[in-house]
Design a protein around this ligand. Structure first.
Ligand code: PMP
Length: 355
């Protein structure tokens, strides 16, 4: 017995955990600086930790009401209806629900290259096939509606990422609207704002209210520091509210995740502190790393180091973990997450030694 033919599927390559790397290097985890997964350098909000601890003794019960509370709070935050907030197991889970809701077998999607690997994976899991549009180094990795539309050929779903992983570039709200305007009524434009809190550009959630062919993805993994809890959501058009119950996995987000999310959402100070550190970190890396870097609106910076795999490996031996971007099709680069000031300075110092 074998599973169905999965030969066109690839496994998601998660970055290795800090303990695992430390063990390989014969070091303690606290001797390492991990700037490879765009996590929050300050950890979770203490309020979220308290909410998790308070709930822990009752985890034997099935989730009850906090998903409703969190959906209401997010609906309030974005000025949409609660039915438009589709909670999920991370932004990844939200992408799955949208693919599940949209794709009929064999339908096509359009994804950015380079880009976040899970768009294509999720589409394939849902029996879709994948086409690409480029985000070109020759254009300084800038994004434009024109390039997306040039490559559009009636696909059912288009994925846009702003700020974009791994380059940090943005597509303006006007550009996003131009993509939605320039494509078929039956094409959904998914705008992935996983890194939205780090950008000065406003969210395009209001566009979801104006038209029925745009959805937005958001996550608690980055600015809210809850990557391990797996909590994200899609904001979908009003007419889709009913569809959620038909596509989601029962208890789409765990009770613990929802409670942590609610507490994190209220802790504005923690988010502000995080965003401030990221702003400082981006400037510091641009100003001090002795190689080409690109303007980033995310909590990371893409850097051209020559041989990304080699530099990643050598930096790791010096206790600094960065992300080799070879799997994004950028073997000459690494991506550095902005950490605390101390972590970011150490990463830049180590990389400068290696360049
Ligand atoms: N979108 C982008 C662009 C990402 O980089 C990530 C995380 N790597 C996600 C979505 C999903 O993150 P999560 O599932 O942790 O919410």
């Amino acid at each position: 017995m074998q599973p169905r033919d999965l030969s066109d599927h690839v496994a998601y390559e998660a970055g290795r955990g800090i303990e695992e790397v430390a063990r390989d290097l014969g070091l303690e985890a606290d001797e390492l600086v991990k700037l490879s997964s765009n996590e929050n350098a300050f950890g979770p909000s203490p309020k979220a930790v308290a909410a998790i601890e308070a709930y822990a003794p009752t985890v034997h019960s099935y989730p009850k009401s906090s998903a409703v509370d969190l959906r209401d709070a997010l609906a309030d935050r974005w000025d949409v209806g609660s039915g438009q907030v589709w909670l999920a197991n991370g932004g990844d889970g939200a992408l799955d629900y949208l693919a599940r809701a949209m794709l009929r077998p064999g339908e096509e999607v359009l994804v950015p290259a380079p880009g976040f690997a899970y768009y294509a994976m999720s589409a394939r899991y849902h029996h879709g096939s994948v086409n690409e549009y480029p985000i070109r180094k020759a254009d300084g990795f800038t994004q434009s509606a024109g390039t997306v539309l040039e490559h559009y050929d009636g696909e059912r779903v288009i994925y846009l990422t702003t700020p974009h992983n791994p380059t940090g570039s943005e597509l303006s709200p006007a550009g996003i609207e131009a993509v939605a305007e320039g494509t078929d009524k039956e094409t959904l434009v998914i705008v992935d704002e996983a890194y939205g809190e780090f950008s000065d550009t406003p969210s395009v959630v209001p566009l979801v209210e104006e038209r029925d062919d745009v959805a937005v993805i958001r996550t608690f993994s980055k600015a809210y520091g809850l990557a391990g809890i797996r909590l994200g959501y899609a904001v979908v058009p009003e007419t889709w509210a009913e569809a959620y119950a038909r596509v989601n996995t029962p208890f789409a987000a765990s009770e613990i995740a929802c409670r942590a999310g609610l507490a994190a959402l209220e802790d504005r100070d923690h988010v502000e502190k995080t965003v401030d550190a990221v702003r400082w970190g981006r400037e510091y890396i641009h100003g001090n790393l002795a190689c080409q870097t690109w303007e980033s609106a995310g909590n990371f910076v893409l850097c051209e180091v020559g041989d990304g795999s080699e530099v990643t490996e050598r930096a790791q031996r010096e206790g600094v973990i960065v992300r080799d971007t070879t799997s994004f099709g950028l073997p000459e680069c690494v991506r550095i997450t902005c950490g605390t000031r101390e972590e970011t300075k150490r990463a830049v110092a180590v990389l400068n030694e290696l360049l």
